[in-house]
Design a protein around this ligand. Structure first.
Ligand code: MSS
Length: 357
């Protein structure tokens, strides 16, 4: 509807030709901009803000940003500078909005009409949450969730619980959570949650709380709307409710990044990306005849671990004609796309791209 023609100020450093500007708060990476990319450059990475991003002054001196830790035996407020002295780790993980691919739903799902570009593969550096929690005396008894609170100001006149970004994830995944201050070896820009972001590898974008100002180990899930009824997996037409699965663990997924409609007949390198959510990809197959026959694609580049994506390529000869190119990925436990996903419909239908000659 109200598409932008230029990048908003807080994201003005982005590469505009790589992005589809849906709104001030939602920018998607163009399918072809990923090509065979192992790590997504920050200039190309999608942006999704539920609230307006805070003023960039909060990243001027990142080490002074304060985070409150609750639900531990010694609750404290620590600065990023102090966190940097506790420990450091680096993880590559796919950052993907849970609404990625929404535009492909035939029923016309509401919300930002993301194609495949609300995703990127990022290298994050920060302190393992576990190390901080250990430093603060360990979790209090009864803790079952890690609850991160975003640092945005709540606009006046709005009910905080209705709009705040506060997400809870199961305590069992605490060991893989990072409180990150770097994105692709640079301090995290405001658009992506600097000075500090709670990164939950393998979990949908929404759980990766930006400008995190509090991390609490809690008995219950947050009572913010974004947790209670938002981001719940459900059938079309059903409203969100706490008894539905939360948008936590990501599923196996792949899509074609090239060729697009500019493809020529003859030899074509068909590129794409594939990831297993929380498990390493075992193989990717590509079909140029809409799933009739399949060929195994080659995985490209280094394997950056179970949370990262793998670019893939298939070299193929195409005679003049029209093709529907489809990919399917399988993880090391044999889990593939569209299988075993129960009611998760959000991942459906993303894998097709037609090309014409
Ligand atoms: N955080 C905060 N604080 N705020 C907001 O708004 N959003 C979400 C996450 N986090 C937010 C946060 C979402 S929803 C997403 S996707 C992500 O983030 C994105 O990211 P980037 O960086 O790309 O922008 Mo969906 O599931």
């Amino acid at each position: 509807a109200d598409e932008l023609s230029t990048l908003p100020d807080y994201a003005s450093w982005k590469r505009q030709q790589d992005l589809i500007l849906h709104s001030e708060a939602t920018m998607e990476t163009r399918r072809g901009a990923i090509r065979s990319g192992i790590v997504t450059p920050s200039q190309t990475l999608f942006v999704r803000n539920n609230l307006l991003a805070p003023d960039a002054s909060i990243i001027a001196d990142p080490d002074t940003w304060q985070v409150r830790f609750e639900g531990v035996n010694d609750p404290r407020t620590l600065t990023v500078g102090e966190l940097k002295k506790i420990d450091v780790q680096t993880v590559a993980s796919v950052l993907q909005c849970s609404g990625n691919g929404r535009a492909f739903f035939p029923h016309g799902a509401s919300g930002t009409q993301w194609s495949v570009g609300a995703a990127g593969c990022i290298v994050w550096t920060g302190v393992p949450l576990k190390a901080v929690v250990d430093e603060l005396g360990g979790p209090i008894g009864g803790a079952r969730f890690v609850t991160g609170t975003g640092g945005e100001e709540i606009p006046e006149g709005l009910d905080a619980k209705q709009v705040m970004v506060e997400r809870s994830v199961p305590l069992e995944v605490m060991d893989r959570i990072l409180l990150a201050w770097e994105l692709n070896d640079d301090s995290i820009p405001i658009a992506h949650g600097g000075p500090l972001r709670m990164v939950v590898p393998g979990f949908y974008g929404v759980n990766n709380v930006k400008y995190v100002k509090q991390v609490a180990l809690t008995e219950n899930e947050s009572d913010a709307k974004i947790q209670v009824s938002g981001y719940r997996v459900r059938d079309v037409g059903v409203s969100g409710a706490p008894d539905q699965p939360s948008m936590w663990k990501m599923n196996v997924k792949s899509w074609i990044t090239l060729p697009l409609d500019t493809t020529e007949q003859g030899r074509n390198m068909i590129y794409g990306v594939a990831f297993g959510g929380t498990r390493t990809i075992d193989k990717v197959e590509v079909s140029v005849d809409d799933g009739e026959t399949w060929q195994e694609a080659e995985l490209l580049g280094p394997d950056l671990g179970p949370y990262a994506w793998r670019p893939f390529v298939l070299a193929t000869e195409l005679a003049p004609g029209e093709y529907r190119i489809v990919s399917r990925a399988t993880d090391v436990e044999g889990q593939g796309e569209g299988r075993g996903q129960g009611r998760c419909r959000r991942d459906a239908g993303l894998r097709r791209e037609s090309i014409q000659r």
